[in-house]
Design a protein around this ligand. Structure first.
Ligand SMILES: Cc1cc2nc3c(=O)[nH]c(=O)nc-3n(C[C@H](O)[C@H](O)[C@H](O)COP(=O)(O)OP(=O)(O)OC[C@H]3O[C@@H](n4cnc5c(N)ncnc54)[C@H](O)[C@@H]3O)c2cc1C
Length: 391
């Protein structure tokens, strides 16, 4: 298992003292799950380009799916405990964290917030237990950063909806039992629950990814797909509905990537103390210490940023712009940490016997999805200046 087995996390500023006993306990139990059950199998799945399906019942049993939602068998945890779960899962692999984020933040959340009583009863308990899988289709082949110009269209015909269009880069797309699909209607953008095997609905996986290899990513194609009237999410109206889902998922990403950063920091630190060059551990060179000190400082600052966002979220006061800052910051820090850790590992930094190379690849997709660094910069910029630079 290499250097990850003895992972203890980085707590330079005693941020543990800002967590409750329950939050620390949840964090530690997910950390143990990742060490015992994720790390031993993840490299195999990354190489094979497969998602570790065997983990789905386990994350369901542990209550990690939709963990911050209430009712329907969900754990009803606070935002900080939820963030800590994401942090620990992404220490294992971004593909696993993406699965849990999509299921909870992008599928269960909109059904919970905008669904009918019947939709909630039908899907939420099964999704919480991992007995059903969900996906979220917003991005299209020609519309990524700007979903407001989406082409996918749903037209009312009698008491049915007819759906046409395509979505691209959809996590869990081809394996989902239910997809939350956003489409243009005469009444603005609306969300629809599209079930697997509905006639006219097909999928095609994006293959050849060098990032998030242990995650299914697919194109969704809709050709005259006939949906019943009750497939629409009744309370979701306009682009603000999918954007509210993205805020949930971005919040989880902000925490997740700091788990990834702690993993590569830990691996680089341990490696640098063991690797002897010029008759001493490379950890003894000032240039190596500079890299380690930079990583530890940025991770520590990010932990505090995430924690305060979490506390604001628990108080119902966090803004989408604050979440943008946390997602943007976390991804930048994690990305740079993977570069520095890879350098410290020398040639071993490009070998998949170590975890750093896999995280180095994964962070590229995470940096881009759920709003690129550019887009989050412009969201924060708009709030600071009052001037939208991208509309
Ligand atoms: C592995 C993976 C999984 C994904 N999962 C999902 C999913 O489950 N559901 C889903 O809906 N989507 C998903 N996505 C899609 C993801 O959200 C989009 O890729 C992302 O929003 C960026 O869109 P794009 O790739 O079309 O890039 P584009 O929007 O074409 O952007 C290309 C570049 O231009 C820049 N740019 C664009 N506009 C501006 C501007 N105004 N100012 C400055 N720069 C700009 C961007 O920052 C970027 O650098 C996934 C993507 C990946 C890679």
């Amino acid at each position: 298992m290499g250097l990850g087995a003895s992972f203890a996390g980085l707590d330079y500023l005693d941020t543990d003292s800002l967590l409750s006993d329950e939050e620390r306990m949840i964090r530690d139990s997910v950390r143990g799950f990742v060490t015992d059950e994720v790390l031993p199998i993840i490299e195999h799945h990354f190489r094979a380009g497969t998602f570790p399906n065997e983990l789905i019942p386990k994350v369901g049993e542990l209550g990690l799916l939709g963990a911050n939602l209430h009712g329907y068998g969900c754990a009803g945890l606070g935002a900080v405990a939820y963030g800590l779960i994401m942090q620990e899962l992404e220490r294992g692999d971004s593909g696993l964290r993406s699965f849990v984020s999509v299921q909870g933040g992008l599928v269960m959340y909109p059904i919970h917030a905008y669904g009918s009583a019947a939709q909630k009863e039908r899907w939420l308990p099964a999704l919480a237990q991992g007995k059903a899988i969900g996906s979220f289709g917003l991005t299209e082949p020609d519309h990524g950063s700007d979903p407001s110009r989406m082409k996918t269209k749903a037209v009312k015909r009698g008491d049915k909806w007819i759906l046409n269009g395509a979505k691209a880069w959809i996590t869990n797309g081809s394996v989902a039992d239910v997809s939350v699909v956003w489409a243009r209607t005469d009444d603005g953008i609306r969300g629809f629950l599209v079930e697997k095997d509905t006639p006219g609905f097909t999928t095609k996986d994006h293959t050849g990814k060098f990032s998030l290899r242990a995650s299914v990513t697919s194109e969704l194609i809709f050709q005259d797909v006939e949906l019943p009237a009750d497939a629409i999410l009744p309370e979701a109206s306009g682009l603000k509905a999918p954007l509210s889902c993205l805020t949930q998922a971005r919040y989880g990403i902000a925490w997740g990537v700091i788990g990834l950063a702690q993993c590569v920091f830990d691996e680089a630190l341990q490696y640098s103390k063991q690797r002897i060059m010029f008759d001493r551990p490379i950890a003894g060179f000032q240039l190596t210490q500079r890299k380690l000190a930079w990583m530890a400082t940025e991770i520590t600052k990010s932990q505090l940023l995430n924690l305060q966002c979490g506390r604001l979220k628990e108080a119902g006061r966090v803004t989408p712009q604050q979440v943008s800052m946390a997602k943007m910051n976390g991804c930048r820090v994690a990305r740079e940490c993977t570069h520095l850790a890879r350098e410290i590992l020398g040639a071993n930094g490009v070998a998949d016997e170590y975890q750093t190379g896999r995280h180095f690849c994964n962070i590229e997709a995470v940096y881009t999805y759920e709003g690129t660094d550019d887009i989050h910069t412009l969201i924060v910029g708009q709030q600071l200046t009052g001037i939208p630079a991208f509309e």
